[in-house]
Design a protein around this ligand. Structure first.
Ligand SMILES: [Zn+2]
Length: 437
């Protein structure tokens, strides 16, 4: 038996060897000549580099411009000698199924779940074309469709970013994340099975979310800006609920992202062991201590703040309660981000796109810069840090051997001028070039 196994192993090894020398045509090889390459954000960019991609993964990075013919007769050359090349950007907070606007309220009446699902293909495509090759979707009204989009993207049925999806949020009855502002019969119809009250029930909700496809658990620890419930932005889930959720999610191998504005809600979520705080508007000194102690990330979503402030000022579709919250929280997000970053809290890039328009995800970088974060640090939050937050540092976030070939390029160097991020010319996801203008 042992001899037989060894024989099979040998044959397999020989097969691999034959493939490596004689039949390279079988492998799909692309060679990029990069004028400037930021392989690992946080480390210096290098001039004149060659990136070799085989079957969707980075095979190697070499100094200088190496002739593509060295990597097989059929190797495709992508000439980016005049460009700045870096890992694909990663947005840790989007809602790919919607876009905030005056008609949002009536969408539930006009659009089927299938319509919402189909439209999200377009939103996802715009996001990818903007250079965002991975997104984390934190809350969808039609969870089954966000999971389908995730599959469609992974299988190459549509050109969309890689999607890490929460499905529907785990939230308290009547709180942010539950449905509001509708007729009672419709409220009933649209209430998700992940709405929960009390530890036991929230344990069930987390398990339900995982069973139906959640990669990550999204919770709403405090009130939110856009819920029309006149409930403010204070803590809405109890300490007991939070602790139960974290333990249940972690036991099932899932991280937890907590929407949180008020300090007591942020701190309760951090104490319970949350992996990231989304928004974090009113973090206090104790929050910062807890962030650093537990290693949780802050996902600032400054773009969401800027967007709702702008909408509150320039349009009148928001009810007065929401308008007031938008104006207050928008400004506080920025000062909290500055404080937290300076204190050494780990930051991962996230926009809350869906509040802002899909495809404008890079605007967050400009807001982070305006708040005082250096460009290289910002690029790190959208690559290395984001990959770490979703537990995928071994396959995403840098251009190094073995990782997914998620690569973007732009004409100028964004470390010198972040506006370059707004004009991404080249996008490759999983080795497939989806944009090259
Ligand atoms: Zn959100």
């Amino acid at each position: 038996m042992k001899g037989q196994m060894t024989g099979i192993l040998k044959a397999a090894l020989l097969g691999v060897t034959a493939l490596g020398t004689g039949s390279q045509a079988l492998a799909d090889v692309t060679v990029i000549h990069a004028g400037e390459l930021l392989a690992v954000p946080g480390e210096a960019a290098k001039k004149n580099q060659t990136v070799v991609i085989e079957d969707g993964r980075i095979r190697e990075v070499r100094e200088g411009f190496v002739d593509a013919a060295n990597f097989g007769d059929d190797a495709t050359l992508v000439d980016l000698k005049e460009s700045f090349v870096m890992p694909g950007l990663m947005d840790m907070h989007v809602h790919i199924q919607g876009e905030l606007g005056p008609r949002g309220d009536s969408e539930k009446l006009r659009m089927s779940a299938e319509d919402v699902g189909m439209r999200s293909v377009q939103f996802a495509h715009r996001t990818l074309m903007a250079g965002f090759t991975t997104v984390r979707d934190l809350g969808a009204s039609s969870p089954q469709h966000v999971f389908s989009l995730r599959k469609a993207s992974a299988n190459g049925w549509v050109d969309a970013p890689r999607i890490v999806a929460a499905g529907s949020s785990v939230a308290a009855t009547g709180g942010h994340g539950d449905v509001d502002g509708m007729r009672h019969d419709l409220l009933e119809k649209y209430t998700s099975k992940t709405i929960c009250d009390g530890g036991e029930d929230c344990l069930r909700a987390v398990r339900h979310a995982v069973k139906y496809g959640a990669d990550v658990i999204k919770i709403t620890a405090t009130g939110g800006v856009l819920s029309d419930t006149n409930t403010g932005t204070g803590q809405q889930m109890t300490d007991d609920e939070l602790k139960t959720i974290m333990d249940a999610a972690h036991a099932l191998g899932r991280k937890v992202a907590a929407h949180a504005h008020a300090a007591e809600g942020i701190n309760a979520a951090l104490r319970a062991g949350v992996d990231s705080i989304e928004h974090g508007s009113y973090a206090d000194a104790e929050s910062i201590r807890l962030f650093k102690k537990g290693g949780a990330y802050l996902v600032p979503t400054l773009l969401a703040g800027a967007t709702v402030v702008n909408m509150a000022k320039t349009s009148d579709f928001m009810p007065p309660d929401i308008k007031e919250k938008a104006l207050r929280v928008g400004a506080d997000l920025v000062s909290n981000f500055q404080r937290s970053y300076k204190a050494g809290v780990k930051i991962a890039y996230g926009t809350d796109s869906g509040v802002s328009k899909h495809g404008t995800n890079a605007d967050e970088a400009l807001l982070m810069a305006k708040a005082g974060m250096p460009a290289m640090e910002i690029l790190k939050t959208a690559t290395v840090n984001a990959a770490d937050l979703i537990g995928m540092s071994d396959s995403l976030g840098t251009i190094e051997a073995g990782k997914h070939a998620d690569i973007i390029a732009m004409h100028g160097n964004p470390i010198n001028d972040l506006n370059e991020l707004l004009d991404v010319d080249f996008v490759m996801k999983g080795g497939k070039t989806v944009k090259n203008k």
